[in-house]
Design a protein around this ligand. Structure first.
Ligand code: ADP
Ligand code: ASP
Ligand code: MG
Length: 404
């Protein structure tokens, strides 16, 4: 008998028909002789709607109360799904994150799972029940409900799979798997049969929301067998694993775009030792993640430092820097939210020189200007104007994936 964890995203449980369909997939897996643990997201746009409701009452509500509110979305889905499974005649129980033993740290709205106390889950499985768990949430040491950040249900599923030593973790979503680009934006995008944990981690971090990046981090750490597939089509999906088979010639696996970023420029900082240290340690101490960094060559009038942050961190970062203007000694601070980061990812690029040149050629062909560049062993990212981002993705995708 295998333990299988199945996660269904918001679109997959959006209405009564979809829930009945998902219940059928779950009970088929159960009737095939498996122990089944299910993780659900909130229905459709419920989480967005809850955030809007909160904003109407108090746009500065505490994160603790936001977590209390946001966690309710998933509670609706699990109860409804359990009812649909009852109607199909299978034993089932729905559990909230805390009932399922999901213990997190105390960072409200971006909590990290510390451990899963599996006694209740194991007891329910031993009673031959299907267990349906709310995604995206847990409980902290103060017994407050926490949520894991947007898209966090994927991470709940992988964490449960790791804790239960599940044989497989299936992430059911609204597309057939992981593609060479977002299939909703690039109609020519192709489904990948396999992708490596490292590639998927980069892709998820660089804007491909198909998997929550922490779920991939966890799957790699605990070697969880992960499959991304559609709850609609019944087609085979994408396997995420340590080493992936590659289509011939394809040394990059996918193109991703992130529009939720902003650029900060510090103009005229002193051209002396310690300036970067002052700037970036200040940001790090205040939990602001910095991504691409560009520092110009200095001259006697000073130098400029540019970097990108998540748009949600922009206000806090700019405020911090302004408060420390005397200490850092910059002349001017400029911010720009009309930027986007476009990236190509692929484990094969290590052994294939020329990927960067090909990327730049694709952008040159369509006249897109590059503001900043950053590279790692398996990815190249460029910062472009946001209004040119879609054109850039299209051109890059065509350059790398046409006629393969
Ligand atoms: P769920 O609600 O099931 O968690 P998400 O909306 O979070 O689903 O993620 C699925 C979406 O991710 C797809 O509808 C697709 O538009 C988007 N996406 C972005 N990049 C990719 C990619 N490379 N491959 C597949 N889907 C992608
Ligand atoms: N419902 C949450 C969200 O919309 C978590 C998830 O769907 O993964 O972000
Ligand atoms: Mg998601």
């Amino acid at each position: 008998m295998s333990i299988i964890v199945q996660k269904f995203g918001g679109t997959s449980v959006a209405n009564a028909d979809r829930i009945r369909h998902v219940a059928k997939l779950i009970t088929d897996t159960y009737r095939a002789g498996n122990q089944v643990v299910v993780v659900l997201s909130a229905q459709g746009d419920t989480t967005d709607d809850l955030i809007e409701m909160a904003n109407e009452i108090n746009p500065h509500a505490s994160n603790r109360e936001m977590d209390m509110l946001l966690a309710t979305g998933e509670q609706i889905s699990v109860a409804l799904c359990a009812m649909a499974i009852e109607a199909l005649g299978c034993p089932v129980v729905s559990l909230t994150g805390w009932q399922a033993g999901v213990v997190t740290n105390t960072v409200s709205r971006a909590a990290r799972i510390k451990r899963i106390e599996t006694e209740r889950l194991e007891a329910e499985l031993n009673q031959k029940r299907i267990v349906i768990v709310t995604g995206f949430q847990g409980i902290n040491r103060n017994e407050d409900i926490t949520t894991l950040g947007r898209g966090g249900s994927d991470t709940s599923a992988v964490a449960l799979a790791a804790a239960l030593h599940a044989d497989l973790c299936q992430i059911y979503t609204d597309v057939d798997g992981v593609y060479t680009a977002d299939p909703r934006k690039i109609p020519d995008a192709r489904k990948l049969d396999e992708v490596t944990y490292d590639e998927m981690l980069e892709l998820a971090t660089l804007g491909a929301q198909v998997l929550h990046n922490r779920s991939v981090e966890m799957a790699k750490k605990y070697n969880v067998s992960l499959e991304v597939l559609s709850s609609f089509s019944g087609n085979s999906g994408t396997i995420v694993k340590e080493v992936a088979k590659r289509m011939e010639k394809s040394y990059i696996s996918s193109v991703a775009v992130d529009k939720n970023i902003a650029r900060i420029a510090l103009i005229g900082v002193p051209n002396e030792t310690g300036t970067s240290f002052k700037v970036f340690s200040l940001l790090a101490q205040n939990n602001v993640n910095v991504d691409i960094i560009l520092q110009g060559i200095g001259h006697e009038d000073g130098k400029d430092i540019c970097f990108t942050v998540a748009q949600s961190d922009l206000e806090a970062a700019a405020e911090l820097l302004k408060q420390n203007r005397e200490r850092i000694q910059f002349n001017r601070l400029e911010t720009n939210t009309n930027v986007a980061k476009v990236s190509v990812v692929g484990a094969g690029m290590i052994n294939n020189p020329g990927v960067a040149a090909k990327l730049f050629e694709a952008l040159y062909d369509v006249g897109v200007n590059i503001n900043m560049i950053s590279t790692s062993e398996i990815k190249i990212s460029v910062l472009v104007d946001q209004k040119e981002a879609d054109l850039a993705v299209e051109a890059i995708h065509e350059k790398f994936f046409q006629m393969m």
